[in-house]
Design a protein around this ligand. Structure first.
Ligand code: KG4
Ligand code: ZN
Length: 378
């Protein structure tokens, strides 16, 4: 089954074509247009600009994706007449301006090609991103991945720019959210503190790079909600605490700003009033987030005893988080995280999640498919 995946819920316009069957799936081609360079100027994603960029990019990307394949058509389709069997599009949650572009493009193509279409939840896409396990994104790769190497019941920790959630998955497709952030998402907190340090959007990767050479014990940032008897998160207080610390240690911010421009994580600039450097601030802040994410996940593992634990969403690209969680889980559960190339938003994960709906014929008539920016997975 050839599945066209479309993802446009935030700042990446991404399209992918996968060939999936009960045996496994191959990513035949994928194209992504990132808007990071455009949003960088504003310090974060500007929804209206994002919508405009998605609208400009989406059809050229799909055309390129399909053109790329014409020399190697599926036997059933005939040369030069390649079209997918099914379309899977992210229809929520996310920015309405982006979601609408993807959904309307999917509906139009489904109507024109007379093929089924389905809306896929973005979080469900991230969950299935762990099934794509190659280390490098390639234009066309012939690796065949097995379908569903996840053992259930599973527990998913989704940490991204928009979400921080713990989801219990009894079996594939049966989700129960057991905890979520009450305010900022983990990635959002990384990005906001990075902005205070003068790093460009998205700041998460920059903080983790600087943190590599810093002392995680240098500053005692709070571990919000860690002692609460539930699976919810809250990162706004941690962000404020970083803000106050930086306000009280002003010179470090100046240093950080010039340091960020130089992009040199090994620079060890010290504030006038103490011996703490930018890399120490980053390491201490990163450690606070990791302690909370890992601590809460372990509590949920203790309670629900899942066979596997999935870490996904953009923050899963954080190497220290991966390592800490994998090590802490080792005696209890199998640990899954996407390969780094598929940790951030991408259309291949949407197509893979779509496969599970397609085999159940869980399609949406194109007339009824709508973008839903608040769509909760469960
Ligand atoms: O899943 P994603 O691509 O988009 C959303 O659905 O939000 O996640 C993007 C988020 C950003 O906040 C970015 O700063 C964060 O993932 N991120 C990281 C790292 N790489 C990306 N956060 C911490 N450490 C990283 N290495
Ligand atoms: Zn995402």
């Amino acid at each position: 089954m050839l599945i066209l995946g479309i993802e446009s819920s935030c700042d990446d316009t991404s399209v992918a074509l996968i060939d999936a069957s009960a045996r496994g799936f191959k990513i035949l081609a994928e194209k992504t247009a990132s808007q990071i360079e455009i949003h960088k100027k504003y310090g974060g994603v500007v929804p209206e600009i994002a919508g405009r960029c998605h609208a400009e990019q989406i059809l050229p990307l799909i055309e390129e994706l399909l053109n790329h394949l014409t020399p190697h058509p599926s036997p059933s389709k005939g040369e030069g007449n390649l079209r997918p069997d099914v379309i899977a599009v992210t229809s929520g949650p996310g920015l309405i301006t982006g979601l609408m572009v993807g959904v309307e493009a999917a509906k139009t193509l489904a109507y024109l090609w007379n093929i089924p279409v389905m809306g896929v939840n973005h979080i469900e896409g991230h969950i299935h991103s762990v099934e794509i396990q190659n280390s490098k994104k390639q234009e066309t790769n012939n690796i065949e991945y097995p379908i569903s190497n996840i053992r259930y019941p599973a527990l998913a920790l989704i940490a991204s720019g928009g979400h921080t959630e713990l989801i219990l998955i009894k079996k594939q497709g049966h989700y129960k959210k057991i905890g979520a952030t009450l305010d900022d998402a983990a990635g959002e907190c990384f990005d906001k503190v990075a902005k205070l340090l003068g790093f460009d959007y998205p700041g998460g990767p920059k903080i983790s790079k600087f943190a590599e050479t810093g002392n995680p014990q240098a500053i005692k940032f709070p571990r919000p909600m860690l002692d609460k008897d539930n699976f919810d998160f809250s990162f706004a207080g941690l962000k404020t605490s970083a803000l106050y610390w930086l306000r009280d240690h002003g010179p470090i911010v100046k240093h950080a700003k010039s340091d960020a421009k130089k992009r040199d994580s090994s620079t060890s600039l010290r504030s006038a009033r103490n011996d703490i450097g930018v890399n120490d601030v980053c390491a201490s802040f990163e450690q606070a987030i990791i302690d909370v994410l890992v601590g809460k996940t372990l509590k949920a593992v203790e309670k629900y005893q899942p066979k596997s634990v999935i870490l996904a969403g953009g923050v899963s690209a954080n190497k220290k988080l991966r390592k800490t969680l994998a090590q802490s889980l080792a005696p209890y559960s199998i640990f899954h995280a996407p390969s780094l190339a598929y940790a951030m938003d991408n259309a291949a994960m949407i197509a893979v999640a779509g496969y599970y709906h397609a085999i159940k014929k869980n399609f949406t008539p194109w007339q009824k498919l709508k973008a839903d920016p608040e769509w909760e997975i469960a």
